[in-house]
Design a protein around this ligand. Structure first.
Ligand code: PAF
Length: 296
């Protein structure tokens, strides 16, 4: 059985596709869900319905736990389930941004911790009602040495959502996502624009400066990308998601807290450790912080 913490767009997307492929799922949400039916519209606009087991706590201390809440909620979500989590239980963290695995390792020093990043996209229209909006690659990889023994978990997940792979170099994959997120998310949130508007030439020098700074931090952390290649990847993501609003854009729009601390904030912490100045990223970070405060 799979236990999924987080009944948002990504948690429900995995829940639906695990159920679709005959796998057992228990969904853990912050508050009690009023229905036990998960409505799922796939990319071919086919509607599916699944009867779900759900609740506000995990139901066993052995089966793997897939954590699909935002970076800002991961620590709290695990703290809430701490008594239920067994010492060997695998924890898989799937979210934007970096820095959560370190927090969870402190709470659960002996558990296998797997980090994951997915480019699958879905929209949550209402509780337990989702629509898949994009197909993409998912990578899982070990955060600690205990996790290296659990490579096999990728097989049932790949059955549910194709293009799910094990990556021994997960750190590189997470950094790539972070470098994409820092180039797209704060700008689209500050200017309240769709990703596609970043194609305008006015944003080119801004994206270039952000990327140069972020790459300096990555290099100091022994993560290497070729700058022109990275800029190409960022451009491709902007083109592929032109009609989408980034997650940070939506968070600011709906006056929710953002993943700023785990994207810009993470880069700033690492930069300060290596005595690197990253003024463009610092400015984006401060602007987002200000926008978050304005909601109060
Ligand atoms: O956070 C997001 O919205 C996405 O990770 C991305 C790739 C920036 C596309 O909008």
């Amino acid at each position: 059985m799979w236990q999924i913490i987080g009944a948002g767009a990504i948690g429900c997307l995995w829940a639906a596709n695990l159920k679709r492929t005959g796998q057992d799922v228990h969904l853990v949400s912050r508050s009690v869900l009023l229905s036990d039916t998960l409505h799922y519209q796939d990319l071919q606009q086919q509607d599916h319905q699944f009867t779900m087991s759900s609740g506000t706590t995990l139901i066993n201390s052995t089966d793997p736990v897939l954590v699909c809440v935002k970076a800002t909620q991961v620590k709290q979500a695990i703290q809430k389930q701490l008594k239920m989590i067994g010492p060997q239980q695998v924890i898989i963290l799937m979210h934007n941004g970096m820095g959560c695995a370190e927090q969870i390792q402190k709470l659960l020093p002996n558990n296998p911790i797997i980090c994951a990043t997915t480019a699958n996209a879905s929209l949550l229209h209402a509780p337990l009602e989702i629509q898949q909006t994009g197909l993409g690659i998912t990578y899982l990889g070990p955060f600690n040495k205990q996790a290296k023994l659990h490579k096999d978990l990728v097989r049932p997940l790949n059955l549910a959502l194709a293009n799910t792979h094990w990556a021994d170099d997960i750190k590189q994959k997470l950094w790539l996502k972070l470098l994409i997120n820092i180039a797209i998310n704060p700008l689209t949130a500050i200017y309240q624009i769709k990703n596609g508007l970043l194609q305008q030439s006015a944003f080119e020098p801004k994206i270039a400066a952000i990327t140069t700074e972020a790459l300096q931090v990555a290099q100091a952390e022994d993560i290497h990308f070729e700058e022109s290649e990275l800029l190409n990847i960022i451009r491709q993501v902007i083109d592929a998601t032109a009609e989408n609003y980034s997650s940070m854009n939506r968070d600011i729009y709906f006056q929710r807290s953002t993943e700023n601390e785990y994207i810009g904030g993470y880069l700033l912490k690492k930069a300060s450790r290596h005595n690197i100045e990253i003024p463009s990223i610092k400015s984006l970070y401060q602007q987002i912080k200000l926008l978050e405060k304005q909601k109060l």
